[in-house]
Design a binder for this molecule. Structure first.
Ligand SMILES: [Zn+2]
Length: 286
């Protein structure tokens, strides 16, 4: 999957997106709450007025939209039509609305899930549901897994003439696969991070997706180890991409030792705020 539309970016974490609300579907979900209130007769004076002057002898499911209706009312009927299309029948639509009620209250996130375009759930995204992850690391790792970072192989494939040479090792063509983590420079950072982590069973010699699949499927780690390893992997991806950009756009280069040391300091600072006592014990040994 590649990020080809705003819809992909708005997808939840589990579907490889950035968990941003898609406003068109969210608006439909909010309007469907009005639909439910009307059906329940809980819309106050407005519902009573609508019942008397608009619906008259018809029902909310059969009343026709007319050009002279207020825009808000036409929007409700439009959402009703959408709901009928999704559910297939009036009974189905009614059941779908009822399924959005929790403890007597309408939960808008449920119809939002009905209206938005769903994508396949990805097996590796569970690893990224980690509050300790720095947002910029998380965004970068999602971009890397979706292969949407502007690596030189992608830019030259668009027809721009350039030397597609990895600026980190200067020994191979630059691509997602090479940078993460086949490049000798990246491998050195992985090696240093592995010895810093000092967590038994922690490997750094596989591809980024395999890493995330492994962590998502537990991979033999305990919960605190999972947090530390996920933060380190995401941090490595970000640091390697940052170093690559600094070399290309600013002409500045750091050694792999320095990049690893700076990343370790960032992770230590970040994890210090964690309430997990095992993480605090692990940090105390550093
Ligand atoms: Zn390289």
């Amino acid at each position: 999957m590649t990020f080809q539309s705003w819809g992909s970016i708005c997808a939840p974490w589990q579907e490889g997106g950035f968990n941003i609300k898609e406003l068109l579907s969210w608006n439909k979900a909010l309007i469907s709450k009005w639909l439910w209130l009307l059906i329940q007769g809980r819309g106050g004076v407005w519902a009573a007025w609508t019942e008397f002057y608009v619906i008259v002898d018809s029902s909310i499911w059969t009343v026709l939209s007319k050009p002279h209706f207020a825009e808000s009312w036409r929007a409700i009927l439009k959402v009703r039509g959408h709901l009928l299309t999704i559910a297939g029948s009036q009974q189905g639509a009614q059941a779908a609305l009822n399924s959005c009620v929790l403890k007597g209250e309408f939960v808008v996130s449920k119809p939002y899930d009905m209206f938005r375009k769903k994508r396949r759930k990805l097996g590796w995204t569970k690893a990224l549901i980690c509050p300790e992850l720095l947002p910029k690391h998380k965004v970068c790792v999602i971009q890397a897994t979706q292969q949407v970072l502007s690596t030189l192989d992608k830019i030259s494939a668009r027809g721009y003439p350039m030397v597609n040479w990895c600026c980190l090792c200067e020994r191979a063509w630059e691509s997602h696969r090479h940078l993460l983590f086949r490049c000798s420079y990246s491998k050195n950072i992985c090696r240093l991070m592995q010895s810093w982590l000092d967590i038994p069973g922690c490997r750094t010699d596989c591809s980024l997706k395999n890493w995330l699949y492994w962590i998502s499927a537990k991979g033999g780690f305990r919960s605190w180890q999972k947090i530390v390893v996920t933060c380190s992997i995401a941090g490595m991806v970000y640091s390697i991409w940052e170093e690559r950009n600094m070399r290309i756009f600013r002409g500045q280069a750091r050694s792999h030792d320095l990049v690893a040391k700076q990343l370790q300091w960032i992770l230590q600072t970040r994890l210090l705020v964690s309430f997990n006592s095992c993480i605090q014990n692990w940090l105390a040994l550093k």
